[in-house]
Design a protein around this ligand. Structure first.
Ligand code: ADP
Ligand code: ZN
Ligand code: ZN
Length: 731
């Protein structure tokens, strides 16, 4: 072990790099040290990397010969404000990521490679509330800074005038900007909070909004549970209007890129405010622009998907998480954070309210309501007073289906189209058929690596493994007996599309799944492509399930719910119920009532009967009791160590060693090492070790040292591993 070395006079900069190693890297700095939060370019491995300076000290554990120097300091001041720096630190520690990964998640892609921070064109400058306070308390440094601040307190400074200032005053302006004592002139002209239009609120909406407006402007979490079509958006808009009128920023997250355009348009129209959008489908330049506008306080409403949770909010006033139950808020690789949970942390740090909305709240959030941590407001009925859609089961044991479609389903579709209405057929499986078998000898097409059936994609003539993405040409005859009697088993969206197009040749049909959207530029074209009037048919996977408001849609059919009924994942019932309710919620949002058909071979399954009898709320209560009895989340906290390796023995040697490293603690239980539910993917064997604790503190205290120790394990060589805190699936 090296002892910390002191370097008289020289400074050591500790740098966070976007690499999975959970440590900081020390560099020597010859001249003026970088500000913490500023980017630096440093030698790393055989090349150069951009990192973020985290702290400046005068000691390091590195030997002088190993200590390299910073190549360049890229920013004059911190890119991230104190709140984001602290939140990123917290997030790295909570989800056991590297600080570099967490900090770089908070930077727009355009800045990650070291490009210089572009100046933002602003109309001018005005004193901020922090600036007024500083001035009143006499905290401003003497001289040019105070003089300028005093001048700004009397009136704003136009950009042209600012550019013409003499150097000393321009330096003072920069100092004031860095202190946050001045801010860009608000775009007052573009905001028209009085204009709204929109429907008069229902009584339920009024009372929900009244409750929210009655809250203080400090940290508080409210779960807005409103059935699909209950008009949650109107409640968000009402709450946002109040926040905007106080000149504060709103950050709103939606689960999917495809939902952003619709939400942005509605906010823009109704609040008369520009909406700045942040998601991975935008160009780096546009995202940077929105980020800069957020960072200097110009942007009023920020709207985006998961990663937008890292947007700077110097004037934050409210965070809204729509469809809070959605699993896409959890990042499933790399830095595995959960945007909803991070939103809570940020709101706490900024001290502002959070609004979580859903028709099907997560059990985690309902549990927090039960514990008194969240306030709970409900919208129990649809805003247009339409009845909720009628849900019916079709028993596939009695009524056979061809190509995935039973005759009652076909009849219901025909009836819908005859009334000039639209329908949605949902199947969470893409491709033509999930299995291809030989009728002669029983051969079936399996992935040689994953040992699971290959999906037949008929149109492209290929077999595809949906686990490892392996592709093979589809055989025309059985590779085992040579017979030509190859038969598809089961059905995917491609097969449904074919069967439905054949049955209803004159009805416009649109298939939406990963294959079809890949070829389309943006998913928002979905709304454009479907005719607003007359019969139309949508076929697709869960990409269809979310949010799209199609007024002429009166029939929703789910061709099979059975995979979700028998799963090893304890969250499967919650997921299935959410999915069914969300898909069903697409039906009958307009004038005509909706109808929902579920095909199943298990019509007596308790999950289905409870859901049909009591709806999501009642089912969620029962699932909650089951989780409590079994001591599963949210009544316990899980951490999953996943590992994979080409060599099965290495995998388990690593997991055994990982288990041996855990301190014995009666509050923590362990399951494993064991093979994953998908024990092989591609060439890699997969295994896991699950840690559970009823108390989060005990688990988290041992986590960091354990993960550090895992990084140093000799058995980790040749093993790819990751730690998932609060995992959302068991795979
Ligand atoms: P949710 O997000 O709760 O599913 P939305 O906010 O999308 O519901 O609203 C569903 C539909 O009801 C939309 O078409 C919306 O315009 C309409 N709507 C919302 N509030 C009202 C209201 N107070 N009166 C009439 N229609 C309303
Ligand atoms: Zn055969
Ligand atoms: Zn495979």
């Amino acid at each position: 072990m090296n002892h910390p070395q002191s370097f008289k006079g020289a400074c050591i900069v500790r740098v966070a790099l976007p690499v999975p190693l959970r440590r900081l890297f020390d560099y020597r700095c010859a001249g003026e040290p970088p500000a913490p939060g500023a980017r630096v370019r440093v030698p790393f491995g055989s090349g150069q990397r951009v990192g973020l300076a985290v702290e400046v000290t005068n000691s390091t554990a590195l030997a002088p010969a190993q200590l390299k120097s910073i190549t360049a300091i890229l920013d004059e001041s911190s890119l991230l404000d104190a709140e984001l720096l602290a939140t990123a630190r917290w997030a790295a520690n909570y989800w056991q990521g590297s600080l570099g990964d967490a900090l770089f998640s908070a930077l727009p892609a355009a800045l990650r490679d070291g490009r210089s921070l572009p100046g933002r064109r602003v109309d001018g400058w005005q004193i901020s509330s922090a600036g007024s306070t500083a001035l009143n308390q006499g905290r401003a440094p003497r001289g040019a800074t105070t003089a300028l601040l005093t001048a700004l307190a009397a009136g704003s400074l136009q950009a042209d005038t600012a550019r013409a200032l003499p150097p000393a005053q321009r330096a003072a302006l920069n100092r004031l900007r860095n202190l946050g004592w001045i801010e860009p002139l608000a775009e007052a002209s573009t905001i028209d909070l009085a204009a709204h239009g929109g429907p008069p609120l229902t009584r339920a909406q009024q009372s929900a909004l009244g409750m929210l407006l009655g809250q203080s402007n400090h940290f508080a979490v409210t779960l807005l549970e409103g059935v699909t079509g209950s008009g949650k958006t109107e409640v968000y808009l009402g709450r946002m209007r109040e926040v905007l009128s106080r000149n504060r920023q709103v950050l709103m997250l939606v689960p999917e890129i495809g939902l952003v355009a619709q939400a942005a348009q509605r906010i823009q129209e109704r609040l008369g405010v520009r909406v700045d959008i942040l998601h991975s489908g935008l160009s780096d330049g546009l995202r940077l622009e929105a980020w800069l506008r957020a960072r200097d306080g110009t942007a009023r409403v920020l709207l985006g998907t998961r990663s937008a949770i890292f947007t700077p909010l110097p004037r934050g006033g409210l965070i809204v998480i729509d469809e809070e139950h959605d699993a896409s808020y959890k990042q499933q690789d790399g830095f595995r954070y959960h945007a909803r949970d991070l939103a809570l942390k940020r709101a706490q740090a900024i001290d502002i309210p959070v609004l979580l909305g859903s028709a099907t709240p997560s059990l985690e959030s309902l549990h927090n309501v039960d514990r008194g941590r969240y306030a709970h407001v409900r919208l129990a009925e649809r805003a247009n007073a339409r009845p909720p859609p009628r849900v019916e089961l079709i028993d596939l044991r009695r009524i056979p289906a061809r190509q995935g479609l039973s005759s009652p389903l076909i009849e219901a579709l025909a009836d819908t189209f005859a009334h000039g209405e639209q329908a949605l057929v949902f199947r969470n499986r893409r491709g033509y058929a999930p299995v291809l078998t030989c009728a002669q000898c029983g051969w079936h097409a399996d992935c040689p690596h994953c040992q699971r059936p290959l999906t037949w994609h008929r149109a492209v003539g290929r077999l595809e493994c949906h686990l490892c993405a392996r592709l093979e040409p589809a055989p025309s005859a059985c590779p085992s007996c040579g017979s030509g009697a190859l038969q598809p088993q089961g059905h995917g969206t491609e097969r449904l599309e074919e069967a439905l197009a054949e049955r209803f040749p004159s009805v416009p049909l649109l298939r939406v799944d990963r294959e079809t959207t890949r070829t389309r530029a943006a998913q928002s074209t979905l709304d454009v492509r479907l005719p607003n009037y007359g019969p139309a048919l949508l076929v697709g996977t869960q990409m269809l399930a979310k949010g799209h408001d199609l007024p002429r849609l009166t029939l929703v059919a789910i061709t099979s719910v059975d995979e979700g009924l028998y799963s090893v994942d304890f969250r499967a019932p919650e997921r299935l119920a959410q999915l069914v309710v969300q898909v069903a919620g697409r039906a009958g949002r307009g004038e005509r009532p909706g109808r929902v058909l579920l095909q199943t071979r298990h019509p007596d399954h308790p999950l289905l009967s409870r859901l049909l009898a009591g709806g999501y709320g009642a089912l969620a209560r029962e699932l909650m009791e089951e989780r409590r009895a079994a001591q599963l989340p949210p009544f316990a906290h899980h951490v999953l160590l996943r590992a994979e390796s080409i060599r099965e023995p290495s995998l388990f040697a690593f997991l055994d060693a990982a288990r041996a490293l855990l301190p014995s603690d009666t509050r923590i239980t362990m399951a494993g090492p064991m093979p994953s539910p998908l024990p092989k993917r591609g060439l890699k064997w997969r295994g896991q070790l699950l840690l559970a604790a009823s108390e989060r503190g005990a688990l988290h205290r041992m986590l960091s040292p354990w993960v550090q120790a895992l990084e140093a394990l000799p058995q980790a060589r040749g093993v790819h591993w990751s730690v998932d805190v609060d995992p959302l699936d068991v795979n």
